[in-house]
Design a protein around this ligand. Structure first.
Ligand code: IMP
Length: 179
């Protein structure tokens, strides 16, 4: 195991199995919709989750990316900047926002409001991880992979200073490696 890891919280098999369940649930819930959802994934953390999840969604979905930033090191800070906007219009579309983790909830709340302002018909959220103890704004994902305790995690897309995104599992980072 990597020397900066305290423990593995979720292994690859557990994550893949949960993505399969989420994909099947999403397929069921959107299959009678007028149109399949457009998945909007937030860069960069949600990329491995998106890649696994879409294998299990049996609909003619499309996806696009947005990059917003509010995070420095391990502490969430207030304002959200758009670094990369969507390539396509979301007007009258059913959007499924794909997140790696909902922490304070600020990113989600802001991006959801942005997509509504751009004319999205509906905006639902799927997140791999949720840290409910850290929430400061009142918002929940519609589909959650795993609720986790208030610990700083890396892997399966999640980073510390842009590192460790490539771990095929989610692990807890040792405090001494980020404090
Ligand atoms: P929020 O706006 O506070 O909900 O923050 C969401 C973003 O913070 C996520 O998309 C992650 O990029 C980052 N984040 C929150 N908790 C962690 C963590 O434990 N490890 C890595 N990144 C995290």
């Amino acid at each position: 195991m990597h020397p900066c890891l305290e423990k593995i919280l979720l292994n690859e098999d557990e994550i893949v199995a949960r993505c399969k369940e989420l994909g099947q649930q999403i397929t069921q819930e959107y299959k009678n919709n007028e149109q399949p959802p457009l998945l909007v994934a937030l860069l960069k953390g949600s990329v491995p989750f998106l890649a696994e999840l879409i294998k299990h969604i049996d609909l003619d979905i499309q996806f696009d990316f947005m990059d917003v930033s509010s995070y420095e090191g391990t502490e969430s800070i207030g304002d959200i900047k758009i670094i990369k906007d969507l390539d396509c219009s979301v007007k009258n579309l059913d959007i499924l926002l794909v997140e790696d983790i909902v922490d304070t909830g600020r990113t989600l709340k802001t991006v959801k409001a942005m997509l509504k302002n751009k004319g999205a018909k509906t905006v639902r959220v799927v997140t791999l991880l949720d840290k409910p103890d850290r929430r400061v704004v009142d918002i929940e994902a519609d589909y959650t992979g795993f609720e986790i305790p208030n610990e700083f995690v890396v892997g399966f897309g999640l980073d510390f200073n842009q590192k460790y995104r490539n771990f095929p599992f989610v692990g807890v980072l040792k405090e001494e490696c980020y404090k």
